[in-house]
Design a protein around this ligand. Structure first.
Ligand SMILES: Cc1cc2nc3c(=O)[nH]c(=O)nc-3n(C[C@H](O)[C@H](O)[C@H](O)COP(=O)(O)O)c2cc1C
Length: 317
């Protein structure tokens, strides 16, 4: 089956997902292939220049030229409200090897919004402008400064003005999660709103939200009038979703996914996140349940287990 609206230049970006898409997950998913870029979990900026070690912890790929082991570039995402501190930290991230810098204007978390970071900034078009201008001025011109926004906080009335402000401030690209903060993660995503924004903004846009399959990707491209896509939960539910979309690969079989789960176990246990493994694998299985009925049964067997060794026994069973 060919995708009629597929352009060979269309890019697929792995979405930032705090607490889920860490460097191990980026490694695994970019080895499977299809992704052109990854964005890290957000680094929270308040009132200081964070030391290099914070960036290396969030993004160990910085030790390898900002590339995953498969060679996919990684971009550090910053979240905060202070233009000057964001600018200082953006400069630092890029100097350390981040492929440009991404700014988070979409996070719905209460703690983050209370301190005026993430989606709450969508109520303040001027703040978006000031932040992106400051970051753009601090980062070398050849390095992209990108933004990730939702369509609004309570409603979509500022969606267009916000995108225009980001463009006017010098953003290189905007990824649009096609929902408001209040709409959370509930379907649908309003891809047609991305087309509206496309009508008034010249910089490249990336469509994001509710892309779980090739059919979704095709429909999203039609409705958003946007070729570049960002994949989040869909890439966890179907680990080769990027290749399914880009190369019309067959969706991975459950057996292949099981092998991946075991490999992830190896990564996690021998990597630096051993103690998080039980929760991480359960969380990932939570996403896999959507695509694979077998994940439901496996989840039921492991969800009370606390030790990695016990989970591995069940994985091998
Ligand atoms: C658990 C979780 C963590 C997330 N963390 C971030 C984040 O750190 N930065 C960000 O910009 N978006 C974050 N998002 C939003 C995703 O990047 C994406 O915009 C959203 O999940 C919609 O895309 P999807 O339907 O493909 O998952 C997160 C989403 C989830 C579910």
């Amino acid at each position: 089956m060919t995708a009629p609206d597929l352009q060979s230049s269309a890019r697929l970006i792995l979405a930032p997902m705090e607490g889920v898409v860490d460097h191990l997950m980026r490694d695994m998913l970019t080895r499977i292939g299809g992704f052109d870029l990854c964005v890290t979990e957000f680094v929270r900026i308040v009132d200081q220049l964070l030391p290099a070690k914070v960036y290396h912890r969030m993004c160990p790929e910085l030790h390898q030229g900002g590339l995953t082991p498969a060679g996919t570039p990684v971009r550090v995402q910053l979240l905060g409200q202070d233009p000057d501190w964001l600018a200082e930290n953006a400069r630092q991230a890029v100097e350390l090897g981040s492929h440009g810098v991404d700014l988070n204007f979409g996070c719905p978390a209460k703690t983050v919004n209370k301190s005026k970071g993430g989606a709450v900034l969508l109520k303040e078009t001027d703040s978006l402008y000031r932040i992106v201008s400051a970051v753009r001025a601090a980062v070398p011109a050849q390095q992209p400064v990108t933004a990730k926004m939702r369509l609004g906080f309570e409603d979509k009335s500022l969606a267009i003005a916000n995108a225009q402000a980001l463009e006017a401030a010098g953003a290189s690209q905007i990824a649009i999660h096609a929902r408001t903060k209040v709409e959370g993660y509930n379907p649908p995503a309003y891809w047609d709103w991305i087309a509206r924004i496309r009508g008034v903004v010249q910089i490249p846009l990336v469509a994001n939200g509710e892309i779980w399959s090739l059919a979704d990707a095709q429909r999203c491209r039609l409705e958003s009038r946007c070729q570049d896509l960002m994949l989040g939960r869909g890439a966890l539910a179907l680990p080769n979703l990027a290749r399914v979309i880009k190369q019309q690969a067959e969706p991975m079989s459950w057996e292949q996914v099981r092998a991946l789960l075991s490999r992830y176990s190896g990564y996690e246990i021998y990597g630096d996140k051993g103690k998080y493994y039980p929760n991480r694998v359960k969380q990932w299985l939570g996403y896999l349940k959507r695509q694979y009925p077998q994940a439901i049964e496996l989840f039921a067997r492991i969800h009370t287990l606390q030790r990695a060794e016990d989970i591995l026994v069940q994985l091998a069973a």
